[in-house]
Design a protein around this ligand. Sequence first.
Ligand code: VGL
Ligand code: ZN
Length: 225
Amino acid sequence: MQIEDIKLAGFIEITDKDALLVVDVQNDFLPGGALPVADGDQIILGINELISKFHDSDNIIVFTQDWHPADHQSFASAHLGKNPYEVFEAPGIGPVLWPDHCVQGSHGASFAPGLQTVNATLILQKGFHKAIDSYSAFLENDKTTETGLATFLQSLEIKRVFVCGLALDYCVYFTAVDARSFGFEVIFILDLTKPVNSPPDSVPKALQSMVGHKITFVTSDQILS
Ligand code: VGL
Ligand code: ZN
């Protein structure tokens, strides 16, 4: 399954039970960054427009930041003889190892230039446990440790989340699927996300899985306020 094969839902109106989740739009995931996503910079203006819509209607807006200690076990550099993007599986780590990226407090971990974060309701940092990665904004990769986001959104009576950001096949994908498992409806904004494409089948797998999890797909021009 490819992006072109996804069936779009049509127009969707934002209600007061909706939150916007902007996932990991950080320097290291932009072209030229440590873990570059092709055209990752091309989604920023569109995300800003969506942020404005959610802000104008007084909706919840959550930003996440990938936020790793310098010796994080998802980095190839933490494993003797291993290279970035090499296949690697350990509890809470994998399916591949990464270049050093989004180190806490670094320029690479900062939000992308121009991203409108001033109206954030919550900025959630994740991936800070040295031995456990967290692709998802809801649940760390041990599939047990919660980030607190589900409880936060539930306490605000949010029923549906709109997800966008970087990268389609990792943090946005796992955030979308975990949102479903916590009982939220999920609107996946296909034109406001870009993939890492590693390993090479990561995108078709992620798309297939999201279809199976009853996630709704739209493009940003179909979102009405
Ligand atoms: C991500 C790989 C490693 C992401 C984060 O934000 O999608 N991908 N860390
Ligand atoms: Zn990471």
